[in-house]
Design a protein around this ligand. Structure first.
Ligand SMILES: Nc1ncnc2c1ncn2[C@@H]1O[C@H](COP(=O)(O)OP(=O)(O)OP(=O)(O)O)[C@@H](O)[C@H]1O
Ligand SMILES: [Mg+2]
Length: 222
């Protein structure tokens, strides 16, 4: 059966493939294409069949692109289990300026862009560069997602980040992905959110990705 979700990584760092290879029961199709970006052309056929392509991008490293890609892919696959065509494609992209050509290649096939950003001042300028120099010129719709907020740190950084995003005029998801140790450990353990243990904390952690997927409209064909 065709999986409802296809995840592609074009990050030469290949942490997505490292993580995906550790998952026993991958809930989506996956491929690593940084050496063969021309393969992205195959996405045109999927798009003709109704698939939506979401590029996850921020040229700042370590903001949660891979975490968001794999977990949104897992949640969409979970919600759409039983679909017989690919309905969503998620592309994980490099967290560096050097590989901008790869990001630009992915944007050619995108329907929209998801921009993860942590609630910290150091991320503001690099995120602004990606949005202003790369995403906006593409003309694609995009949304910033605040990721990795630790509620134990209080709300000051979160509020500053929201205010900054608003002042830039960037669209932002209402859902904020909180920081949870289970997410950090998931890559080592070879898990995605839909495979977390059913304890309270893990359920809270997974809830954020379900809310985000719902907010982004991955529950069905839009
Ligand atoms: N919400 C979160 N809660 C806990 N840990 C997180 C969260 N988001 C990301 N992390 C951790 O932060 C680190 C960086 O995340 P990730 O690898 O997803 O970022 P990235 O943007 O893909 O990085 P790169 O630019 O290097 O590809 C990882 O160790 C990841 O587990
Ligand atoms: Mg990554």
């Amino acid at each position: 059966m065709t999986a409802a979700v296809y995840v592609v990584s074009i990050d030469p760092q290949a942490s997505t493939v490292w993580w995906a290879n550790r998952i026993d029961d991958l809930p989506f199709d996956f491929s690593q294409e940084h050496e063969t970006p021309e393969n992205l052309k195959a996405l045109e056929t999927l798009k003709d069949q109704g698939a939506k392509v979401h590029v996850v991008a921020n040229q700042k490293g370590g903001v949660g692109k891979t975490t968001a890609t794999l977990n949104l892919g897992a949640v969409a696959a979970h919600v759409l289990a039983g679909a017989d065509t690919v309905m969503h494609v998620f592309i994980d992209t490099p967290g560096s300026l050097q590989d901008e050509n790869l990001l630009l290649e992915a944007l050619k096939y995108a329907d929209d862009v998801i921009v993860p950003m942590p609630p910290e001042g150091l991320a503001f300028d690099p995120t602004a560069r990606t949005i202003e120099m790369v995403i906006k010129p593409s003309g694609l719709p995009y949304k910033v997602v605040i990721n990795n907020w630790d509620p134990r740190d209080g709300t000051a950084d979160l509020e500053d980040t929201k205010a900054y995003i608003e002042a830039q005029g960037w669209p932002r998801t209402k859902t904020v992905i909180r920081r949870y140790k289970v997410h950090t450990r998931a890559s080592v353990e070879g898990k995605v959110v839909t495979q977390y243990a059913k304890n309270r904390v893990a359920m809270e952690a997974r809830e954020d990705f379900f809310s985000l997927a719902l907010e982004l409209g991955y529950g069905g064909r839009s």
